[in-house]
Design a protein around this ligand. Sequence first.
Ligand code: HOZ
Length: 429
Amino acid sequence: MHTKHSEHLYERAQQFMPAGVNSPVRAFRAVGGTPFYVASAKGAVLTDADGNRYVDYVCSWGAIILGHSHPTVVDAIRAAAARGTSYGAPHEGEILLAEEICRALPWVEMLRFVNSGTEATMSAVRLARAATGRPKIVKFEGNYHGHADHLLAKAGSGVATFSLPDSAGVPAEMTQHTLVAPYNHAEAVEALFREAGDQIAAVIVEPVAGNMGVVPPAPGFLQSLREVTRRHGALLIFDEVMTGFRVSRQGAAGLYGVTPDLICLGKVIGGGLPVGAYGGRRDLMQLVAPLGSVYQAGTLSGNPLAMAAGLAVLRLLDDARYTQLEERCAQLHSLLQEAVYRAGVPAHINRVGSMLSVFFTECPVTDSETAFRTDRQMFSRVFHAMLRRGVFLPPSALEAWFVSMAHTETHIERTARAFAAALREAVPG
Ligand code: HOZ
């Protein structure tokens, strides 16, 4: 396997960008080795600068659901670009995407487009604080809501991957109003509300955790959050940046039948272009400037290319496609399960729809404590053994694998064969 060109690009990149990347996990520090540099992507396959091809389970961290370079999406972006790449003024494309999202998620009565998931969660929290007149928020250990100061407390994703306490540069005052509970522990949330209920503006949660690997909500957990927030006059915010339009057309809220007050979206709704959105109840969204006094703005918000790409994707996401995706992922799940069983390797596979994680551990993974106790060195060995066999997994044990609608049975079977061989190679001794 030739890696000369990627290695050279990595050398160059490190001179100009920290660790040669624009987002930490991409640098492979959690698994070791040198990241490859992507030359192109089509369907389920990435091609690197040396011409190596990989079946892709990163899928732009979930943003790519139809597969890379889907012709309808590429045409939509091309057509939009010909009409101008950014206006800083309203345009019909924003309305079309907003209508499509609100039709699919009826509890989203109004929304505001932003440029990333980080902006969406940051703005939703500001709105919740303004609506309730309360300062505190509750978040969960191992949930990651982007890199806003007040949300970097016991965060998942890169923060957890590198075992960072949180982040340098965040004064303690910034997180003084952030209360943290263990994920899936409803009684811990009750206790926080008993202590400070009249100070809590909102509970923000990944309804399916995807940033400590995939951890599904325990039965009744989301319902309990709905109930406790209502009882105390606080808001419930679902961070569905990963799960929105991915775990079902109605995201996790639809899948589990729990309606939040506010929702944060990103990834899939931008069709692979930078986008985010926050939305929900009309009375809350009417507090956003210029209707209300909650200030939030952005030059590239509602960008015409991102709107066009997102709309093209959402219009193609019909029930038949979700059913097929579910079948593919169930097939992948059972083949991976069979491989770990045959290899006699202790492992637990968590899956919700097209998000899954293989944890090398004896115990079921239900929260950050159990996720952080898994064998990450084993994961790193499997990661590299898979890479050598042409399969690209997320370069961290604490991230989700994403499957797209372009993954065929052949890709899945090939992945399973590579996984079985990778396990044989990775088991010590
Ligand atoms: N922390 C992001 C996934 N949970 C990774 C984003 C990226 O590297 O693109």
